[in-house]
Design a protein. Structure first.
Ligand SMILES: [Zn+2]
Length: 130
């Protein structure tokens, strides 16, 4: 199995470029200020096609997580987690928790994004801060 790589589209290239600069910029509707994540050509709230990119704070709370104990990809040896974080700006992102994994439920724990190297490129990861 080969290495996993992000699948980039014309709608999300600025986001991937921002991650390489160790920040997370997401698409925001220019008309109604609603975040569009995943990035999309049209706002789901007001149907505007205008958008800009804004950096998010990187702070959020865990809303779901799973630890995989089976190997699916060579570059993600088990056990590894997939963690869903509700950013304080509203969007839900899927990332990996780094650092000490909590005992019991992870839900509701406050996290901050940081950036880690993965096969020569950056990816975001969440670390518990509460
Ligand atoms: Zn809008």
């Amino acid at each position: 199995m080969g290495k996993t790589q992000p699948i980039k589209s014309i709608n999300d290239i600025p986001m991937w470029e921002s991650i390489e600069r160790e920040r997370l910029e997401l698409m925001v509707c220019s008309q109604c200020d609603t975040f569009r994540y995943p990035p999309a050509p049209i706002c789901a709230k007001c149907l505007s096609m205008e958008a800009e990119w804004k950096a998010v704070s990187g702070r959020g709370k865990i809303v779901s997580w799973v630890v995989f104990h089976r190997k699916y990809f060579d570059d993600f040896p088990p056990p590894y987690n997939a963690t869903t974080v509700r950013l304080e700006e509203g969007p839900l992102i899927v990332t990996n928790l780094v650092g000490t994994e909590p005992e019991g439920s992870w839900i509701g724990r406050e996290v901050e994004l940081e950036y880690v190297d993965h096969d020569g490129r950056k990816q975001h990861a969440a670390r518990i801060v509460d």
